[in-house]
Design a protein around this ligand. Structure first.
Ligand code: C5P
Length: 240
């Protein structure tokens, strides 16, 4: 079923599917990178954890009628998805201040944003993924004004669902990054992954950081942390 390699990214390999040209297989790697690839390491089991966490999150979003590329998990490290052309935008939603916004705008960590803030970044490694505005996005990508409005609405709706999902698992959703892609007919759907690599998650009671910041900041064991997230999702949430 798995065909030839189409593309290898920092966290995943993408394969063709034999006889199904409109589908792809995503294979999650054990590599961890931060600061646009400047910090790198390998963690046995990370690919499995991110595949299983992402699959559970996308199943939950499917239940809530969010259109996405996700079809199903195939095994521990691979998932079947609809083929999309990724729009080179990183759509970040922030409920609480952390990470780059604290440095960029001098906002104190833990400041709450009501309503949540949506930011756009241009997905371009050579430029270190710079922050951009809507008009930049029209120039740099093929999205129309209407489509960008819809993408931001979808991001905020996804935020509401994810806040609830992670709350059930005793986690505060601080911020996260989404990517969107176009199906063959041009329809825009949610794509890529949603995992502790792409979300900030803090323990609801202790405030402990339980996401990729443990690797970025060297403050904890990545595999133990991601195991805990998967275990809490499996034990406390109903995704299927
Ligand atoms: O670094 P920053 O604070 O802007 O990140 C905001 C959110 O987006 C974090 O949850 C981070 O993990 C995620 N992110 C990502 N991929 C990037 C940049 C940020 O998943 N390239």
């Amino acid at each position: 079923m798995k065909g030839s390699l189409l593309y290898e990214g920092k966290a995943k390999k993408v394969y063709h599917v034999t006889d199904q040209p409109e589908r792809l297989i995503l294979s999650y790697k054990n590599d961890a990178t931060a600061f646009n690839g400047k910090k790198k390491d390998q963690f046995e089991g990370k690919g499995r954890l991110n595949n299983l966490i992402t699959s559970r999150v996308f199943d939950y979003l499917k239940l809530h009628h969010i259109p996405s590329h996700f079809i199903e998990a195939l095994n521990d490290t691979e998932q079947l998805v609809e083929k999309t052309t990724i729009i080179p935008l990183e759509v970040v939603v922030r409920n609480v201040a952390a990470g780059s916004i604290t440095r960029r705008l001098g906002i104190e960590e833990k400041t709450t944003f009501t309503p949540p803030i949506v930011e756009l970044f241009y997905k371009k490694d050579e430029l270190d993924d710079p922050i951009i505005n809507d008009v930049h996005a029209y120039h740099l990508t093929d999205v129309s004004e209407q489509e960008l409005t819809r993408i931001k609405e979808m991001a905020l709706t996804i935020n509401e669902h994810l806040i609830e999902l992670f709350k059930q698992a005793g986690l505060q959703l601080v911020d996260f990054k989404l990517e969107f892609g176009r199906l063959k007919d041009g329809t825009i759907v949610l794509a890529d992954e949603i995992s502790p690599d792409t979300c900030r998650l803090w323990d609801l009671e202790s405030g402990q950081k339980l996401d990729k910041d443990v690797f970025r900041e060297g403050i904890g064991d990545l595999i133990e942390t991601y195991e805990l997230i998967l275990q809490r999702l499996e034990e406390n949430t109903c995704a299927k």
